[in-house]
Design a protein around this ligand. Structure first.
Ligand code: NAD
Length: 443
């Protein structure tokens, strides 16, 4: 099948590379000319395990190409995917500017049937808005052409996106026309061979399913962070509690890790957008407001622990930071807890020496030129002369460091463990002052 995909970001590129891998002819479109030029040279603008090989293989086979040319994009295929960003607006609602822009781009150029498939995360009712936009543009052109707009939300996880796309837990198709569902069944058949994971439903339910999934996962995290804060006050260890409740299959071990808050391009914005959707529908989404509020507070917990340890005097201190990405195996720093921590430290007059296995270029793009940030090529180098270490991202590389070497490099043996990677008793025995999240009396 021929497919056009608007948006060469995490979702668009993974979708395009995987669809091309199974034999489709994919044209990737972006308004960012520099991004397209880099992709044409074989350089990926993002880090995602396995993606570079897939793109290179598809490009060599002539099954994937990149363009900024809208005419070429609309002419290339009947199936047109929208995978552009839907960042939060000022009031928390999803900004649909880019999605509607693509709808207009298609409507202004189409000369026959098009199936518009929306992969971006969008509020309930967006498929109807896209349909309305296309209809208006076609009417202005004096044309009556057949088209359909369907919802096909994406559930991939950054860091495991290729694997998730190739072996999805489910493929949600929200549509009202059987011929549209049939096309999606055909397109997704190579990823749906083991047993049928494709769920067809109405567009509004499909749109809400995406938000419901992210909101449920965010709820689990905020719930555990709430209990972690309580555990600190009552002298319990949240890690023991975690294992204790996870053993109940109704609860399960997934997504119940306490830490320094969730970040990334999805959970924070999607929870906020769902709160706004509820408000607009006249419903007070109390659980969601609490989930968001608990997370905002949790992202400051590590800073508060550091500030309290140093008696509120952070000016002139240097903190070593391990981890900049919002989670392991990605270079994405959108809404990352590392940013909340660094910005609070800088505001208090402290300096940061940071290392991340893949997000260094992204950190340089965001914060390059600051003299209170040193980006270090190696985790041990980040420790040199620092007053303490803060671990913010649970990269495998940070899980079992040579603690003697850590101690030798730090000015004082103090560790703030934002992901509960280390055993407090072991670190105490090694002579460290250790602060985790929800582990006894704040320590
Ligand atoms: P991204 O910011 O990485 O990429 C978006 C791309 O769209 C950018 O390259 C941008 O230049 C391009 N773009 C903007 N306007 C355009 C236009 N008019 N025509 C063509 N290209 C245009 O975004 P992302 O992380 O891939 O997310 C895309 C959507 O998918 C969002 O709605 C997001 O919520 C959703 N989503 C993201 C993830 C994830 O893990 N990142 C997972 C599931 C769903």
């Amino acid at each position: 099948m021929r497919v056009t995909i608007y948006g060469c970001g995490y979702v668009g590129l993974v979708t395009g590379a995987c669809l091309a891998h199974v034999g489709n002819r994919v044209l990737m479109v972006d308004v960012d000319a520099e991004r397209v030029a880099r992709l044409r040279r074989g350089e990926l603008p993002i880090y995602e395990p396995g993606l570079d090989d897939l793109v290179a293989e598809a490009a060599a086979g002539g099954r994937i190409a990149f363009t900024t040319d809208a005419d070429e994009a609309v002419a290339h295929a009947e199936v047109q995917f929208i995978a552009v960003g839907t960042p939060p607006d000022e009031d928390g609602s999803a900004d649909l500017r880019h999605v509607l822009e693509v709808a207009r781009t298609i409507a202004e150029r189409m000369d026959g049937y098009r199936l518009i498939v929306n992969k971006s995360t969008v509020p309930v009712g967006t498929a109807d808005r896209v349909r309305e936009t296309v209809r208006e543009v076609l009417a202005a052109r004096g044309l009556e052409l057949d088209f359909d707009v369907i919802s096909n939300p994406e559930f991939l996880k950054e860091g495991a996106a290729v694997e998730d796309f190739m072996k999805p837990d489910r493929i949600i198709v929200g549509c009202e026309r059987e011929d549209s569902a049939e096309r999606m069944r055909e397109l997704y058949a190579p990823f749906n061979r083991n047993h049928d994971r494709l769920l067809v439903m109405d567009t509004r339910s499909a749109e809400l399913t995406k938000y419901a999934a992210n909101a449920m996962l965010a709820t689990k995290i905020s719930f555990m962070n709430e209990l972690a804060n309580l555990a600190e006050r009552v002298g319990a260890d949240i890690e023991r509690v975690r294992v204790g409740i996870g053993s109940d299959p109704r609860i399960g071990y997934h997504f119940i890790y306490p830490g320094c808050g969730y970040g990334g391009s999805c959970f924070p914005k999607d929870v906020k957008a769902l709160i706004r959707t509820a408000e607009e529908a006249g419903h007070d989404a109390r659980i969601l407001r609490a989930v968001d509020g608990v997370n905002e507070r949790q992202k400051r917990r590590l800073f508060e622990k550091i500030r309290d340890h140093f008696g509120g005097r952070l000016a002139g201190r240097t903190l070593a930071l391990w981890g900049l990405a919002f989670k392991p195996n990605t270079d994405d720093m959108r809404e990352a807890p590392s940013r909340t921590l660094m910005e609070a430290l800088w505001a208090a007059g402290a300096r940061v020496r940071a290392h991340d296995p893949v997000a260094m270029a992204e950190a340089r793009r965001l914060y390059g030129g600051r003299d209170d940030l040193v980006l270090c090529a190696d985790p041990m180098e980040a420790l040199e002369g620092a007053d303490a270490l803060a671990v913010v991202t649970e990269w495998h590389l940070f899980r079992s460091p040579d603690f003697d070497a850590v101690k030798a490099r730090l000015r004082r043996p103090v560790i703030f463990d934002g992901r509960n990677l280390y055993d407090p008793a072991r670190l105490a025995a090694l002579g460290f002052t250790y602060y985790g999240i929800g582990r006894g009396t704040g320590a």
